[in-house]
Ligand binder design. Structure first.
Ligand SMILES: [Zn+2]
Length: 213
């Protein structure tokens, strides 16, 4: 009997754990519908040699909604960077936490206007639909990679965990030492690091999240 209840507990825990992860957590918000495209590209053959090998793995791990948001962010941001990817994951996570449909979030970014932190802003806009054009994002010019998200009477404050910030700092330091800060080769190598973290960083675990009244 004890053995059976142990097995049962195990399955309940597995079930809870799976539910808490990102794989099955896309029901809380609406899907991004294409405006001009018939569908968002998911065929690895359509991607360059840096991203191609990662396409299927990223989609399998984090789902189509995060894929679409991050893909668009990278195209809009004009390079594969770490803070822009963090911003995209943060925005998708915020929509999930607040159960918020597209274009109904209001966002306050603290990332300022100076790269690299300000790169976060592009990810935030694309992933939430709260854009400068819609007038639903504002930028408190503090120069810190944090943001607040509001929907109805709910809000959440988010910032990347220390280990995420440290990973970014370490990558930038190493690339700068090897290739010179923001040199052509720096950006080429940064793309390889960025796509690796695109796959590694789990949006449900990489942020400190604080509910706001
Ligand atoms: Zn950037």
């Amino acid at each position: 009997m004890q053995k059976r209840s142990g097995v049962l507990t195990f399955f309940i825990l597995v079930f809870l754990f799976a539910g808490a992860g990102t794989a099955g957590a896309h029901g809380g918000f609406d899907a991004r519908e294409a405006v001009c495209l018939k569908s968002y590209p998911t065929d690895p053959a359509l991607f360059n040699e840096t991203v191609g090998p990662y396409v299927q793995k990223i989609i399998d791990r984090y789902g189509l909604e995060e894929w679409k948001a991050t893909l668009l962010t990278n195209e809009m941001h004009r390079h594969l960077g770490l803070w822009s990817i963090i911003g995209a994951k943060m925005g998708v996570r915020a929509r999930e936490v607040l159960n918020a449909p597209f274009d109904q979030l209001r966002v306050v970014s603290f990332a300022g206007t100076t790269p690299p932190y300000s790169c976060l802003n592009d990810g935030l806009q694309v992933s939430t639909g709260a854009s400068l054009g819609r007038g639903t994002i504002s930028n408190a010019n503090i120069g810190s990679p944090k943001a607040q998200f509001f929907h109805d009477d709910k809000g959440v404050y988010m910032r990347p965990k220390t280990e995420v910030v440290n990973a970014v700092r370490q990558a930038i330091k190493e690339l700068s030492q090897k290739y010179g800060f923001q040199s052509q080769e720096y950006f080429r190598q940064l793309e390889k690091v960025a796509v690796k973290y695109w796959l590694e960083w789990d949006r449900s675990r990489m942020f400190e999240e604080k509910a706001m009244p």
